[in-house]
Design a protein around this ligand. Structure first.
Ligand code: KG4
Ligand code: ZN
Length: 339
């Protein structure tokens, strides 16, 4: 079989990204134009600004991805694009660009689920990884425990009932004066702090062992900050950050290990922006070792939003014959496993 070259496009949030991926797992280029500096001014992602910036960047990012991969559109087998979930205006920029190229050059179009992309990031650097395995997906918008039964076949074991893990990181970071984006800042500051300094709750969700809830933890941090202020006590930023981070990590590790064990699996992977958290990676690596589970994780650059992961997921969708029509639309609340 001749090589399958996927041109992948991702624009679901605040990264305009394009990549060229060969045969699913070989990344020929991975171009990411981040808008973080722009949104930092406002303390979070402003959807309208994100869409406008994507429009400005998209063509250039695609051209760069092709150039870096040393290919032209004539070499491309299929175009994969994130069509949900995400910000509708942001998604539409990528979807429109992909449709336009696909239509003009008669290249098949493949709509990809963003979370499927995050999970697939694990295949890029772990050439031997094959389903089935359990994957913890933790990003700014999602916290899911997923059983990956086969390529493109998922069973959701647990999900957050309120805030996503990354959202909790971002909100707590703002509350303790670290600013946006919160995750990487809390990760960094926590290295100087004592994770046992403050006892924050480890939330359990009634009726489900795998579901998460982070809004109670966020409130506990805010209450702690308020009570310190009322008592005139100055907070130790690093201790608050480290104690909060430990509370999140403990819950993620406990639920993950339980899910892997009850699913009777020996392989476990992580995905999404929060999967680049150093404390989470260390704790999961230790827990997997103790339980005889093989642990897979993408490099940090493939954990946060990128198009290489969409190219990898798009490859398997393409092989499965899941070609999209030109009525492909942005679906902001697209569910995993739906097409
Ligand atoms: O996957 P991603 O880039 O975008 C979404 O699909 O949401 O994830 C972004 C999220 C943000 O909430 C960010 O604060 C968090 O991932 N994040 C981290 C770290 N790096 C990014 N959270 C904790 N520790 C990190 N090192
Ligand atoms: Zn993402």
């Amino acid at each position: 079989m001749s090589d399958v070259l996927i041109l992948a496009i991702e624009s679901s949030c605040d990264e305009t990204a394009a990549a060229v991926v060969k045969n699913g797992r070989e990344v020929l280029s991975n171009v990411i134009s981040s808008q973080i500096d722009l949104h930092t001014l406002y303390g979070g992602v402003v959807p309208e600004i994100a869409s406008r910036k994507h429009t400005e960047q998209i063509n250039q990012v695609i051209e760069e991805a092709l150039k870096e991969a040393n290919v032209t559109l004539n070499d491309i087998t299929a175009i994969a694009v994130t069509y949900g979930p995400g910000l509708v205006g942001a998604l539409l920029v990528g979807v429109s660009a992909a449709k336009a190229i696909s239509f003009a050059r008669k290249i098949p179009l493949v709509g990809v689920h963003h979370i499927e992309g995050h999970i697939s990031a694990n295949f890029i650097e772990n050439k031997e990884l094959e389903p089935p395995f359990v994957c913890l997906v933790v990003s700014g918008g999602h916290s899911h425990l997923v059983k990956v039964m086969d390529y493109g076949k998922y069973e959701i074991l647990g999900r957050t009932r309120d805030d996503a893990a990354g959202e909790a990181f971002d909100k707590v970071a703002r509350a303790i004066g670290l600013g946006y984006p919160g995750g990487p800042k809390i990760d960094r500051v926590s290295k100087e702090g004592n994770p046992d300094a403050i006892k924050f709750p480890r939330a359990k969700v009634e009726g489900s062992v795998y579901d998460f809830s982070f809004s109670g933890l966020k409130s506990a941090v805010l209450n702690y900050l308020n009570s310190c202020e009322m008592k005139g006590e100055t907070i130790v930023q690093a201790d608050v950050a480290a104690s909060f981070q430990k509370a999140v990590v403990d819950v993620l590790v406990e639920h993950s290990m339980q899910a892997v064990s009850e699913a009777g699996m020996k392989k476990f992977a992580i995905a999404g922006g929060v999967a680049s958290n150093s404390a989470l990676r260390a704790a999961l690596s230790k827990a997997c070792e103790e339980n005889g589970i093989e642990f897979f994780h993408p490099s940090p650059i493939l954990c946060t939003d990128n198009a290489a992961m969409i190219g990898c997921a798009g490859y398997y969708e393409y092989l499965a014959g899941n070609i999209s029509n030109y009525d492909l639309n942005a679906v902001p609340a697209l569910k995993l496993g739906e097409r």
